[in-house]
Design a protein around this ligand. Structure first.
Ligand code: LLP
Length: 396
């Protein structure tokens, strides 16, 4: 498979580097193993590939799901139900029933209305539903407007002013067990002060709850740790030490309290590349276009968020994926896809080594929110994914 992989598979497709994923999981373990009350749930929405999920489940992480499909994918990959949490503003009845029957760890409930429906369904099924309430912390985050979620005007979570009332209501319902609070302020956060601000906000809320005589068994701080899209080979593993320290140093946990995290992108982004072939090099009036066979259908992040993923020539040496060096980048191209939309552009005025028709390129840092966001627009088939055990990305 290895020798043939890059050249013989029809492009475009994803490759996932399982060795880098293993190293990333080890780095998370190294930062959390001394805290037996820390629990990391992998946010399945970032990448739901079965092999990837199995590897993450085997490393002992739990799963953060936002749909019935994700709960099924988590169970199929071996995540125990006791380590699955279920968030989302619009849980359908069948999804709630599936989660109740599977016996998941907790629902992250986003409104009082949802709480009542879960309680009613739990009562009908004769099951106790464990509940965590998602509170909107009203903490801004330094990231793209589309992926910040913790501000007051977002649709997510329960407003702080309603927190005590909804907790009391949850505690009064016979079929629910109130576990704690859930938060999430946004994604692709690289400024640790954002997490510190969340920790401080949670401290304020806990002080308020102490005064009300309400105790929390657990606190879930969501995810959001970003990755280095500009230099994936210099920083293949995110700064988990700084991330966990932001909470360890600033969040005042009460004795016995469990702290849950929901990391998605930081676990899987750097281990994935989208492999595409150059179809044409078109010489326009003022620009040169590298027209490739992948488009916004396979990776929508550039079109949707203006994200820039590094693009490099790629080949295999043994089991290693080898990428071209930035030093060889002597030409300038607009790298564009085949979709009939002018936003189907991966990069503008992008410096690369000279490219030719038929050549393979890797669009890097595409392991998170890549394959899972693919679409069939223009009647295109969904991209496949392959795993390789690359010990290190080499450069040539
Ligand atoms: N927990 C909750 C409640 C979330 O909404 C999310 C992501 C996560 C955890 C995981 O966040 P992460 O650790 O991956 O930042 N498609 C966008 C990202 C959307 C994130 C949605 N929520 C992108 O491609 O940048």
């Amino acid at each position: 498979m290895y020798a043939d992989l890059l050249e013989q598979q029809p492009t475009p497709y994803y490759v996932y580097d399982t060795a880098l994923l293993a190293q990333t999981l080890q780095a998370i373990d190294a930062e959390t193993r001394q805290h037996d009350n820390y629990h990391v749930h992998y946010a399945i929405k970032a990448n739901a590939d079965h092999v990837v999920l199995q590897q993450i489940a085997q490393a002992g992480l739990g799963a953060d799901c936002v749909s019935g499909g994700e709960i099924r994918a988590a169970l199929d990959a071996g995540f125990p139900a006791s380590k699955i949490v279920f968030a989302g503003v619009a849980k359908a009845d069948w999804e709630i029933r599936l989660a109740l029957e599977a016996g998941i760890a907790a629902f992250n409930v986003e409104s009082r209305e949802e709480l009542d429906i879960i309680a009613q369904m739990a009562r009908e099924l004769g099951i106790q539903a464990r509940i965590s309430l998602r509170i909107n912390p009203d903490v801004g985050a330094h990231t793209h407007a589309h992926i910040t979620t913790g501000l007051a005007e977002n649709k997510f979570g329960i407003d702080r002013s309603q927190m005590v009332e909804v907790i009391r209501h949850a505690m009064s319902l016979p079929a629910t067990e109130f576990m704690g609070l859930h938060f999430h302020i946004g994604s692709q956060l690289l400024v640790m002060d954002d997490f510190v601000a969340l920790a401080q906000r949670i401290n304020e809320l806990q002080d308020q709850l102490d005064a009300e005589g309400i105790t929390l068994k657990h606190i879930n701080v969501g995810g959001g740790l970003g990755v280095d899209y500009d230099q994936p080979d210099t920083h293949p593993i995110p700064d988990f030490r700084a991330y966990f320290a932001a909470y360890t140093d600033n969040l005042r946990l009460r004795p016995g309290q469990q702290l849950h995290f929901e990391l998605g992108r930081a676990v899987v982004a750097q281990m994935g590349s989208l492999i595409t072939r150059v179809l044409f090099v078109k010489h326009g009036l003022h620009k040169r276009f590298a027209i490739v066979d992948a488009g916004m259908t396979e990776l929508i992040r550039p079109a949707l968020y203006g994200a820039l993923h590094q693009i490099m020539p790629v080949h295999l040496e043994g089991h290693n994926l080898c990428f071209g060096t930035p030093a060889a980048a002597t030409e300038t191209y607009d790298v564009v896809g085949p979709i009939c939309e002018s936003s189907d552009v991966f990069a503008k005025d992008y410096r690369m080594a000279p490219v030719r028709r038929g050549q393979l390129l890797a669009i890097r840092s595409a392991g998170a929110y890549g394959q899972v966001m693919a679409s069939c627009y223009n009647c295109r088939p969904l991209p496949k994914a392959f795993t390789v055990a690359s010990l290190a990305a080499c450069h040539s």
